[in-house]
Structure formats: structure tokens, C-alpha cells
Ligand binder design. Structure first.
Ligand code: FAD
Ligand code: 2HG
Ligand code: ZN
Length: 493
């Protein structure tokens, strides 16, 4: 895989040696050092969770994982690695979907898992300052009693870290309402590639004092430094939330439906998520949420999940009911049916049908994932064209590609094109790339809407970024990380 994508080391990096372990022991407790090097001789399988990615697609051969507890420890690690030219992979919850969070070779893994304390929370402003290794769900639970929510939510919330979310600029299910992390992150603390601690952990809503350096680390995927803490604006919890799944007879109805829903629900619309029929069937097959009735799904080509979040239950429910009746009153209704949640369990179950697709896909087989920004009108065409292309290559079938499906964030113009195969195979890879990237480029789209570039798409960056942009990205990388030790082979080739 490395050779095929042209990934290569540009420099003669050092490997972690037993003498490095001796040095790490001078400032890290024994339980913060996991290594297969002597004298510890840990079995290499014990490092599997750090060397293998979530999809089982990328595999590194790191011998050593460090789990610092303080920013100073992170700084000491990085300073040492810079002097020894040992490459580092910063790792959060290891739920990334582009191979960015695992080593390509034997880089040192620095896991943020032990940096998991909340530093402060102001219930008046809603500003939360937390260590980078805090799990997203635990932060949601932390702010909930104060009637706040996290501005970001995604299917991996039980494992992913806030630092990982920021490092990937994760979008997720609430972007439509609360915008991107470029807006809600107010400050960061980052250990730079020479070990310097950059303290930009401010909690100011407004701060126009020159270049906004923290923005560079949001979405840098660990290539410019290690994020050790995040200051983030959390919105107040909505007083009422409702959701409904709408079954559509044709994909062509999605666009007019989105316009109607936006117009009628206006300020209470908080999510408008899309799953095609294959995605729905896989979610049901793998028990993600409760299946809708046969009657509700009959003749449905795709589904849309609409969520409302507002200030007064009766008002919001009325608006939702008015929307549904107006949709059915049309001469040619845009929807076949609508299933409205009646209680919190149903609310979660409807969400699970959408959120659980990634999990379902991973249970079904090995996934090729294309996370793309393209015009909404072309979502279905891209899925169908890719399926037909694979068919024309003779690759559709139980022993090769089992399913081609589309789902995603309609409001953000973000389609998740997933190709589920019996196994990862070079023929499928060759059929998909550059085919998919050329298709995306034909729409002037983005080859990565929200998951990042990681190791998967370094060679495809040019489909979405011109030469001048890539040149300046490389200059920025060289300025921050002249030795190239921070997550090498990721984002930039
Ligand atoms: P990791 O996977 O550990 O790392 C991801 C990248 O960030 C790597 O390059 C790593 O080096 C870097 N990194 C991690 N922590 C730090 C740090 N502290 N400092 C510097 N660099 C760091 N993404 C979306 O955008 N929207 C979704 O809706 C969404 N849903 C998902 C659902 C599932 C079931 C799964 C498995 C993934 C999903 N993702 C989604 C992918 C998403 O990128 C991750 O879930 C999440 O943002 C990554 O966080 P993490 O802590 O697991 O980071
Ligand atoms: C989602 O929106 C995630 O569910 C994951 O971004 C998408 O697995 C995928 O392709
Ligand atoms: Zn997504």
C-alpha cells in the first residue's frame, strides 16, 4: 500500500531504541510506557490497539506507546524526539477513518488517553476548557447537568477525544446548527514539534490581535504539533428536541424537501441527514436502531432524518406536525411516510438508524470510504455511477464488492460514499482510484469533507487544492516542523 500511494520517508528518521526508553523513564511513570523493547519485552500484540486503525485497513509497527499525563511530559517527550529525530504519531481515540492516527512504520505513538481532566467550565458563558484526551461523550455528560451540550456530536462519541475531533476538524451531526470547530474552538494549548508549549488557551469570544494561529492546528491532523488542551464554547441545551424519519420515493425529492423543511421549520431545524436505501437496510440488518414498519419503508428509495431543537416543546411539535401534514397535502407528496419519535427511546432509535451506518458497514465487510463534498443534486448520481463503474469492471458480487451506498450530511453538502467489500483487494482499489477523485473534481468538490487526508489521501490532495495552496501548506509545515517528525506521511506527501 505504501508503494502504491508513493508514501515514503523523506528523511533518515531514528527508531526508538532501548536507550530512549531509559530516558523516558526519567520523567514518566512505568505505566505510561508501553514498549516491546527490552527490558520490558511486552508482546507486540499488546500494542495492536495502537498500531491498527478502526477500519482494520492501516497497520503500523510501532514498538513504543507513551501515555503522558501532563503537558510538560508531552513537551519533554517531543523535545527528546526532536533531538533524536524520532517521528511521532499523536493518537486520540483512534477512530479516524483515513489512516492518520496509526504509524506507517515504527513511529513513536503518543497517546493522549491519560490527559482526560476537565480544567474548567463556566456555566454562564458555557466555555469549557478540557484536556485533549477527554472522550467526547464524557464531556457531553460533564456539561449536561449545567444544561449545556457539546457543539459537536458524532457516531464515535464514546471513544473519540476532543483533541482528535479538533485535530481532524470533525464535522458530524450538529454542524448544521452549531457550525464548524473553526468557530466554536476558542483556544488551544499545543506542544510544537520542537517541544515548545504554545499557550493559546484563551476563553475570549473576540480576539483580533493578529494572526489566529490556533486555526492552523484545527484540521492539521497532528502534523503541526500535539494539542494538549482545548477551550470550546458549548451551547445551552435545547429545551425540546424531536426527530422524524421521512421515507422518500425518489432521491430527486431530497432537494425540494430540504427547501421546504428549512422554510417551515426555520430556526428549530437542527439536523437534516440522508441515508439511502442500502444504508438503511444495512443499519437494520446489523441492529442499529429499530426497523421502521414494512408499510413505512415500502417503495422508499432513501430516507431523511430531520431533527428539531428549540425552546418550547408545544411550539416545536406543532411546527413539525404542520410540516408533516403540509407534506402529505401536496398533490404529489415528496414523502411516502414519516415516523415521528414519541419518546426519548424512540428519539435515540431513529438517530441510531443514521448514526449506526458506519458501525453496520464495518460489521458487513471491509469498507472503502470516500467522504466528499459535492453538490447535493449529484449525491445519487455519484453513488450510482460508482456502482455501475464497479459492475462494468466485473467487481460487483459477494466475493468482491457487496454494496455501494451513500449517506451523509445534506445540509453540509457532504456525502459518505461507502463501498463494502468482502476484503480489501488491489483490483477494487484500482477501480476506485482515481475514478472517484476525478468524479469529485469534475464537480469542483472536496476529496475530504470532514474526515481529513491522513495517510489515505495524500496523493489525492491535488484534486481539491491547487499547486499554490499545496506549496504554502508545505511551507507552513516546514516552518513549524523543519525536522518533519510530526506525523510524517500524513496530509502532505
Ligand atoms: P484519532 O483517530 O486518534 O486521530 C485522528 C487524527 O488526529 C490523527 O491524524 C491523529 O494524529 C490526530 N490527533 C489525534 N489527537 C490529537 C491531538 N491531541 N493532537 C494532535 N493531533 C491529534 N468524523 C466526522 O467528521 N464526522 C462524523 O460524523 C464522524 N463519525 C464517525 C463515526 C464513527 C463510528 C467513526 C469510527 C468515526 C467517525 N468520524 C467522524 C471520524 C472522525 O475523524 C473521528 O471519529 C474523530 O474526530 C477522531 O477523533 P479521535 O480522538 O479518535 O482521533
Ligand atoms: C458519519 O457521518 C461519519 O456517519 C462516518 O462521518 C462516515 O463511515 C463513514 O463513511
Ligand atoms: Zn459524517
Amino acid at each position: 500500500r505504501l508503494a502504491r500511494h508513493g508514501l515514503r520517508w523523506r528523511r533518515p528518521y531514528s527508531s526508538v531504541a532501548a536507550s530512549d526508553i531509559e530516558h523516558f523513564k526519567t520523567f514518566l511513570p512505568p505505566n505510561a510506557i508501553l514498549t516491546t523493547l527490552s527490558p520490558s519485552n511486552l508482546a507486540s500484540s499488546e500494542l495492536d490497539p495502537f498500531n491498527n486503525d478502526w477500519m482494520g485497513k492501516y497497520r503500523g509497527q510501532s514498538t513504543t506507546v507513551l501515555k503522558p499525563k501532563t503537558t510538560q511530559q508531552v513537551s519533554d517527550i517531543v523535545r527528546w524526539c526532536a533531538s533524536r529525530e524520532i517521528p511521532i504519531v499523536p493518537q486520540g481515540g483512534n477512530t479516524g477513518l483515513v489512516g492518520g492516527s496509526v504509524p506507517l512504520r515504527d513511529e513513536l505513538v503518543v497517546s493522549l488517553a491519560n490527559m482526560n481532566s476537565v480544567r474548567s467550565f463556566d456555566p454562564v458563558s458555557g466555555i469549557l476548557v478540557a484536556d485533549a484526551g477527554c472522550i467526547l461523550q464524557s464531556l457531553t455528560d460533564y456539561v449536561a447537568p449545567h444544561n449545556h451540550i457539546m457543539p459537536v456530536d458524532l457516531g464515535a462519541k464514546g471513544s473519540c477525544h476532543i483533541g482528535g475531533n479538533v485535530a481532524t476538524n470533525a464535522g458530524g451531526l450538529r454542524l448544521l446548527r452549531y457550525g464548524s470547530l473553526h468557530g466554536s474552538v476558542l483556544g488551544l494549548e499545543v506542544v510544537l514539534p520542537d517541544g515548545t508549549i504554545l499557550d493559546q488557551l484563551t476563553s475570549l469570544r473576540k480576539d483580533n490581535t493578529g494572526y489566529d494561529l490556533k486555526q492552523l492546528f484545527i484540521g492539521a491532523e497532528g502534523t503541526l504539533g500535539i494539542i494538549t488542551a482545548v477551550s470550546i464554547l458549548t451551547p445551552p441545551s435545547p429545551q425540546a428536541s424531536n426527530n422524524v424519519i421521512l421515507a422518500l420515493p425518489h432521491f430527486d425529492n431530497v432537494q425540494p424537501l430540504y427547501r421546504t423543511v428549512k422554510r417551515q421549520l426555520s430556526e428549530i431545524l437542527s439536523a437534516f441527514e440522508f441515508i439511502d436505501r442500502t444504508a438503511y437496510d444495512l443499519a437494520v440488518k446489523h441492529s442499529q436502531g429499530r426497523a421502521l414498519s414494512d408499510e413505512d419503508v415500502e417503495g422508499a428509495e432513501c430516507f431523511v432524518l430531520v431533527e428539531t431543537s428549540g425552546g418550547r416543546r408545544e411550539h416545536d411539535e406543532q411546527k413539525l406536525e404542520d410540516l408533516l401534514s403540509s407534506l402529505f397535502d401536496e398533490e404529489t407528496p415528496l414523502i411516502n411516510s414519516g415516523v415521528l419519535s414519541q419518546n426519548p427511546a424512540q428519539f435515540s432509535s431513529l438517530w441510531a438508524l443514521r448514526e449506526g451506518v458506519t458501525e453496520a458497514v464495518s460489521k458487513e465487510g471491509k469498507a472503502y470510504k470516500y467522504d466528499i463534498s459535492i453538490p447535493l443534486a449529484s449525491f445519487q448520481t455519484v453513488v450510482d455511477t460508482t456502482r455501475e463503474h464497479l459492475r462494468s469492471k466485473g467487481l460487483l458480487g459477494d466475493h468482491a464488492v457487496k454494496h455501494v451506498l451513500g449517506y451523509g450530511h445534506v445540509g453540509d453538502g457532504n456525502l459518505h460514499l461507502n463501498i463494502v467489500a468482502a476484503a480489501y483487494m488491489p483490483e477494487i482499489q484500482d477501480a476506485l482510484e482515481p475514478f472517484v477523485y476525478e468524479l469529485v473534481a469534475s464537480y469542483r468538490g472536496s476529496v475530504s469533507a470532514e474526515h481529513g487526508i491522513g495517510a489515505m489521501k495524500t496523493h489525492a490532495l491535488h484534486y481539491s487544492k491547487n499547486d499554490v495552496s499545496i506549496e504554502w501548506m508545505k511551507k507552513i509545515k516546514a516552518l513549524f516542523d523543519p525536522k518533519g517528525i510530526m506525523n510524517p506521511g500524513k496530509v502532505l506527501e
